[in-house]
Design a protein around this ligand. Sequence first.
Ligand code: FVH
Length: 292
Amino acid sequence: MASVGLIGLGAMGTALGEALLRQGHNLFVWNRSAGKAASLIASGAQLAETPMQVVSSTDLTIICLVDCAAVTHVLDGVVGLDGRTVVNLTNGTPEQARGIADAVALAGGRYLDGGIMAIPPIIGTPHALVLYSGDEAAYRSHRDTLEALSTAEFLGADAGLASLLDLSLLAGMYGLFSGVIQATVMAKAGNVPARQFSKLLTAWLQAMLLSVDDISARLDDHRFGQATSPLAMQLVAMENILSTSRQMGIDPGLIEPMARRIRQRVQRGGGADDISAIGDEISSSGSAVAAQ
Ligand code: FVH
């Protein structure tokens, strides 16, 4: 088993380290607070004194820190990578990923950016997904090791692509959580226990997930008419959600922006449009933004 370097031993870094040790890898670790390395060292990892020591000990170094400013800070002074691979699994923007890719290339290394679609307890299982982009040859060289951490998917040569899709998927998750929280607080205000309501909510959301493909096709084709559930009809329900929430003393702020966009589309003559037309309202290439 190849040696692997790991920089960053927070909750996620530690889970990555445990999975690598379980696979039998020789593991070199570094963390700003060395104390956090104790459990991995007890399981066989070796503690490096500096990030440079980690990177120069292995062909593959994985970095998982709180943010990309910390990654840039840690990589500052790392030179002479001589074809070694750096995989950055830290949440960041596409621009940050491309900047770190350039810095690693300047230091003579190969760079892969990754977006972790998983929580620490499922790392090392196929339920975890990591999206990768950047140097494809580096991905192919280290694919077996990376697949020990999660299901792995390589997206393309643009180092920023993995983080763009990571952030896009997280946006979907936060939209879902906003709706779940708004819905549950409303039901609870009517004395329906959240645990009881969750059965109805889960089944409803699962049924609504069937709309994702249709919304996607409409956004690709810029085709918003002939809706089964036109926006003018949906606006009535939206206004009722807002007024009922306010009457029950609930702040409708999580859902208000969507109501505002539906109202705007209807006022601009899009009452017969599908909900996907809201994508046209918020998109930089959409008619609403272009008209401003
Ligand atoms: N935990 C989760 O649920 C997720 C799920 C999906 C993806 N993430 C991303 O993983 C990155 C790391 O997250 P984490 O959960 O490991 O975060 P923490 O436990 O807070 O550990 C943070 C580590 O970063 C180190 N660090 C912070 N600032 C610096 C710095 N200036 N220089 C060097 N290292 C720094 C910190 O070190 P220390 O505080 O222990 O000394 C930890 O090792 C993240 O991008 C998530 O979005 C997690």
